[in-house]
Design a protein around this ligand. Structure first.
Ligand SMILES: O=c1ccn([C@@H]2O[C@H](COP(=O)(O)O)[C@@H](O)[C@H]2O)c(=O)[nH]1
Length: 272
């Protein structure tokens, strides 16, 4: 998917919401456990109830890998279901990969070609040759971890390296990578006040922003400091939406939570 198409969807739906499919069988409604594939049954119900309120879904692969082959099959069914039924939706494999070049190429083939995701999250720590194999895929997007939402972000990401915080070095150096137009970045909603400086370095790049809801980040602050001329934001919520209820009406309850965020986003878009 091209970035222009994504921006068009955001304007049309008045939403830059990304719903995280962090599907945990300990948390899904008990009646679904009788299904042949309860992970997919849960995801399908959530997607069918919420697709008109969001522009992206982000399965975090950890939640699928934890169930072995069955989990991976559920991930495959979920991305196929999205690509066939809702091709206008931007898909993110939150896999946080990155390795030496030839290995990164295999990761890129797995997520972009075999599974057919639009984007994948990548750790920048191994540098240029670990990231460029992902960037080589046309109309696919590589989402680099820049400043993450967790407390541990302060262990390394904000430390000074050559006179500048490490996360700023990640932003600046990655701009020199081949096909850098295919880059997006992860910035946690809990770090919203850093967004002004981040926007000075990457004024128009798309940011994937997790951390609203359960982690305590504020959507209003993210918009105030991080919205660019082309919106440039995909704000993720996982648990706050998909586990709104563990009763029979769970999908409807998730749609209600998604609608609350979508309406706030619509107001933010109208302010600009
Ligand atoms: O900095 C980061 C990077 C990734 N995540 C992931 O996003 C979701 C957040 O889930 P919530 O339930 O909305 O808190 C989850 O998959 C994380 O692994 C992040 O939170 N922060």
């Amino acid at each position: 998917m091209t970035t222009d198409f994504l921006v068009g969807q955001i304007r049309k739906k008045e939403s830059f919401l990304c719903i995280g499919l962090d599907t945990d069988l300990d948390k899904v409604p008990k009646h679904l456990l009788k299904e042949e594939d309860p992970i997919f049954a849960f995801n399908k119900a959530i997607i069918d109830a919420t697709h008109h309120l969001c522009v992206a879904y982000k399965p975090n692969t950890a939640f699928y890998e934890a169930y072995g082959i069955k989990g991976w099959q559920a991930l495959e069914k979920t991305i196929n279901y999205l690509n066939i039924n809702y091709p206008e939706i931007f898909t993110i494999a939150d896999a946080k990969r990155g390795d030496i070049g030839n290995t990164s190429t295999r990761y890129a083939k797995a997520f972009f070609e075999d599974l057919g995701f639009d984007s994948v999250t990548i750790a920048p720590y191994m540098g240029r040759d670990s990231v460029e194999p992902f960037l080589a895929f046309k109309d696919k997007h590589t989402i680099l971890l820049a400043l993450t939402s967790n407390m541990g972000a302060f262990d390394f990401q904000t430390k000074m390296v050559d006179g500048k915080e490490l996360y700023k070095q990640v932003l600046e150096i990655s701009k020199t990578y081949e096909n850098s137009e295919n880059l997006m970045y992860v910035v946690g909603a809990t770090k919203a006040t850093f967004l002004t400086e981040i926007r000075n370095i990457i004024p128009n790049s798309f940011l994937l922003v997790p951390g609203v809801g359960v982690q305590g980040g504020s959507l209003a602050e993210v918009c105030r400091y991080g919205m660019s001329d082309n919106v440039g934001l995909l704000v993720n919520s996982s648990r706050g939406i998909i586990y709104a209820s563990d009763q029979d009406n769970f999908a409807q309850a998730s749609a209600e939570k998604a609608k609350e965020l979508q309406q706030e986003m619509s107001l933010e878009l109208k302010k600009r």
